[in-house]
Structures are given as structure tokens and as C-alpha cells.
Design a binder for this molecule. Structure first.
Ligand SMILES: Nc1ncnc2c1ncn2[C@@H]1O[C@H](COP(=O)(O)OP(=O)(O)OP(=O)(O)O)[C@@H](O)[C@H]1O
Ligand SMILES: [Mg+2]
Length: 432
């Protein structure tokens, strides 16, 4: 076992340094080898047990090849983790100084999870744990400066909260319910949660088939949140790292340490529950590790597959407080409003005739119909979109989607699928 070799190696080092009495081998916090922590936790820092941290030295360990991990934050490369062997030095008032031999390493090539061990004098565990705590505090993402949107896992291009609330076209009562849920939580709910000794954290899920406006709703609610001086934390699973537990954890830490009320947006929550991290994510959603931001925080998650989210998640209140189904177009009024919006100043009253064909389609369908018709008209040198052209556009898109569905059903009889096939279901969605 790698850890046994490391403990034995550490004992030998300690002995060679003339300090080997009564040490305990412990699993330690991987943050002590993080270079951000090593820079921020300065020698001279006071720790519990009348002790002071006095700095560190790197050690050569035959079993560890030091390796670093970088991520980009705000366009800057940032060193986030380093595996290696170190000795940490401590002074204690009226006692002899002591040392802690520490190693962190990846035990497994597949799971990039750092594991650390340390040899700590038995009577100094308290001091050591204070040191570990200082290190993990130092690397935690902290929201200190006032910024409106924090993106975790991706660049700012992933989420652009510029959508106006009025541009989201949904059944009015549903829109109002969601709006009131958010506002009443931040305005009155936070106080009520606290009176009940609950962490003021509320979780809403927006569920629905692709293209009904869930992402748009998140963007519009984020814009409203910013106008109310709340912070938005957006977690994206679309970058290279995918939908990982680590991102959710980072997001929760950011939310907890924010000095402002916070809206946390997690898109495609189901993707996080597909991998090995499922149990950990459920645990977090369970509330065990709910972020406790005294100003209040709300999680807004989206999914196409509420049934893929563990059934316990949707059945058990507490894990998610409310599920709002964001439906396709419900009636002709809604369809007409949507078509008017996407035809813009090209609108003609005769278009009302295609409206019945738009009911039960997602909003994204109407947008694409309108875009396609307008582009074709321009391409043909027509100055206006004729009703005929609009009708053709509806028909061809409808057929194309049916063909897509048939194709996918043949290839994927089990129902739930991978992201890639989900995306191609609505082949026309190119911008989101
Ligand atoms: N309810 C709506 N009101 C206005 N426009 C809409 C609506 N629904 C969809 N659209 C249009 O379709 C585009 C795609 O919708 P959006 O990305 O919000 O769907 P989604 O529900 O998040 O889909 P997915 O589940 O695939 O992520 C939007 O950018 C918008 O232009
Ligand atoms: Mg979406």
C-alpha cells in the first residue's frame, strides 16, 4: 500500500532529523501542499496550543513525483494543487520546536484526488489541525470583492445574464409563481428560515424538455438578482472537466462565504448525478453540507430529465424545495406572443394562421421557424416574409424534428441518453 510506504518513509525521515517520539500517523488535509495556501499562510502565524507556524521545506521522497495542477480563473493560469513531500516547522512557547512530516500524492491515476498523510506528535494534534484549517481556508474561493457573476467551470461566455424578464414568454401564472418564490425567499424567507434555525438555502428545479426556456429563465432571474444587489454563482459542466462533484463543492463554498445574498445556478443537474459522484452530490443536496450564507442563498437548477435525478431527490422534500415544470407552448396566445417576438418588425397579422401549429412546441422551435423564414426571405431577395414561406418553415422544421426523433429512437431504445444525443434532438439549436 502506498500510504504504508509513505508512513514508513516519513518515520525514517523524522528519526534521521532526531525527532521521533510519540508521533501519530494521520490522514491529513491535501490543502497543506497547495501553493496558494503555502503562500498565504505566513511563517509567524499563531496557532492553537501556544504554537507558531515557522515555515516549510520541501523534501525529496522516492515514492512521490511532485506534480501540479493548474486551472484557469479569469483568464489567468492558477496553480491549484501540488503533490509532494514537505516538513512543516512549528515553535511552541516554553517547549522545544516540533516538525511534521507530510506527503500528498495521487493514489490513483484515474481519480485525480490528492491524498495526504502526516506524522504529528501526539500532543500537538490540536496545533496541527489549526494549521490544516488555516491552509484550507486560504485556498477556498472567497468572494471578497464585489462582482456580479462568478463562473465555476468555464469562462464568462458560458453564462450571460442579459435576458430581460419580459422577454421570457411563459404562462403568466407560472412566471409569477417563480418570480414570487425567488423574491419572497430573499425578502422574507431568509429571516423565517433563521427563526426556525435552518440554513437559509432554498433549492428550485426547473424541469422540461429541451428548448422551453429554462436557460433563458435562469439568465433573466440572474439579471434580476444582480439588479437587487445579489451575487450570481454559475456552475457549468460544459468545460473540459465536465460535471464534477468538485465544482458543486467549490460553488457551495463560494456561496457560503459570499457576503451577499446569492443565486446559485446549476444547469443540467442530472449530468452531475450520472457519474461516480452521485452519492456525494445527493449528500450535499440533502442538506448535510448546505451552504450557510446568513444573507440567504438560492439554488436554481435545470434539467431535461427530472426522472434521471435520483427519484429520492424529487420525492423527498428537503432535497429540492420546489420543482417547476417549464412546459412547451401551452396555447395559441402564448404561441402568438412568441411568434410576434421573433418576427419583430416583420410581423404581419396573417401570420396568426400558423399559430395553431406552434402549440405544444418548445419556444426554441418558434425562434428557429422565425429565423429560418427571415433568412430564406432575405436570401431570395424578398423584402418581406410571406405567410407561405412561414408555413413552409414550420412544416420543414417539424418534419426534421420528427426525423431526428425517429433516428434517435432507433439508436437509443433505452430512453435516457447521453448529452450528445440530447443536443442533436433539436438540431437547430446552434447558439446556446
Ligand atoms: N419561453 C420562452 N420565451 C422566449 N423565448 C424562448 C422560450 N423558450 C425558448 N426560447 C428561445 O429558445 C432559445 C433556447 O431556449 P433555452 O436555451 O432557454 O431552452 P432550455 O429550456 O434551456 O433548453 P435545454 O433544456 O436544451 O437546455 C432561447 O434562447 C430563446 O431564444
Ligand atoms: Mg438550457
Amino acid at each position: 500500500m502506498q500510504y504504508e510506504r509513505l508512513v514508513k518513509w516519513a518515520r525514517d525521515v523524522l528519526e534521521a532529523r532526531g525527532q521521533s517520539t510519540n508521533v501519530k500517523a494521520i490522514w491529513a488535509s491535501a490543502e497543506c501542499s497547495n501553493q496558494i495556501a503555502q503562500k498565504r499562510v505566513k511563517p509567524g502565524r499563531r496557532l492553537r496550543g501556544k504554537a507558531r507556524y515557522q515555515g516549510f521545506e520541501m523534501l525529496d521522497c522516492p515514492y512521490i513525483e511532485p506534480i501540479s495542477d493548474f486551472t484557469t480563473r479569469n483568464n489567468k493560469m492558477m496553480l491549484t494543487a501540488t503533490a509532494g513531500a514537505y516538513v512543516f516547522l512549528f515553535d511552541v512557547e516554553d517547549e522545544t520546536p516540533f516538525e511534521v512530516i507530510y506527503t500528498s500524492t495521487y493514489f490513483d491515476d484515474d481519480v485525480q484526488d490528492l491524498t495526504a498523510i502526516a506524522l504529528v506528535p501526539e500532543d500537538k494534534l490540536e496545533t496541527w489541525s489549526a494549521f490544516e484549517f488555516a491552509c484550507s481556508r486560504a485556498v477556498r474561493p472567497r468572494i471578497k470583492r464585489r462582482r456580479d457573476v462568478y463562473i465555476i467551470g468555464g469562462s464568462d461566455a458560458f453564462f450571460d445574464p442579459t435576458v430581460d424578464w419580459d422577454d421570457v414568454i411563459l404562462p403568466l401564472d407560472l412566471k409569477e409563481q417563480i418570480y414570487n418564490d425567488v423574491e419572497s425567499f430573499f425578502n422574507e424567507g431568509v429571516r423565517i428560515y433563521k427563526e426556525l434555525n435552518l440554513a437559509p438555502f432554498r433549492k428550485l428545479l426547473l424541469a422540461g424538455v429541451p428548448g422551453t426556456g429554462k436557460t433563458m429563465l435562469c439568465a433573466a432571474l440572474a439579471k434580476l438578482a444582480i439588479s437587487q444587489k445579489r451575487i450570481v454563482v454559475y456552475v457549468s459542466g460544459s468545460d473540459r472537466d465536465g460535471a464534477t462533484f468538485e465544482k458543486i463543492q467549490r460553488a457551495f463554498q463560494a456561496v457560503a462565504s459570499a457576503k451577499y445574498p446569492t443565486l446559485l445556478v446549476v444547469e443540467e443537474l442530472d449530468a452531475y448525478l450520472r457519474g461516480d459522484d452521485k452519492a456525494r452530490i445527493l449528500n450535499v443536496l440533502d442538506g448535510v453540507e448546505s451552504p450557510n450564507n446568513p444573507k440567504g442563498s438560492m439554488m436554481l437548477a435545470t434539467t431535461n430529465y427530472p426522472e434521471a435525478i435520483d427519484e429520492r431527490l424529487t420525492k423527498r422534500p428537503g432535497r429540492l424545495d420546489r420543482i417547476y415544470v417549464i412546459p412547451p407552448i401551452q396555447d395559441e396566445d402564448q404561441a402568438a406572443a412568441m411568434l410576434r417576438r421573433y418576427m419583430g418588425d416583420q410581423w404581419q397579422d396573417s401570420y396568426i394562421q400558423v399559430v395553431p401549429a406552434l402549440v405544444n412546441q418548445p419556444g426554441a422551435f418558434v425562434r428557429e421557424v422565425a429565423l429560418q423564414a427571415r433568412m430564406l426571405a432575405a436570401h431570395n431577395g424578398q423584402t418581406e416574409v410571406t405567410l407561405d414561406l412561414l408555413e413552409q418553415s414550420v412544416e420543414s422544421l417539424d418534419q426534421q424534428m420528427q426525423a431526428d426523433r425517429d433516428f434517435l429512437m432507433q439508436r437509443r431504445p433505452m430512453g435516457l441518453g447521453m448529452r450528445s444525443s440530447r443536443r442533436s434532438r433539436f438540431g437547430f439549436r446552434s447558439d446556446s
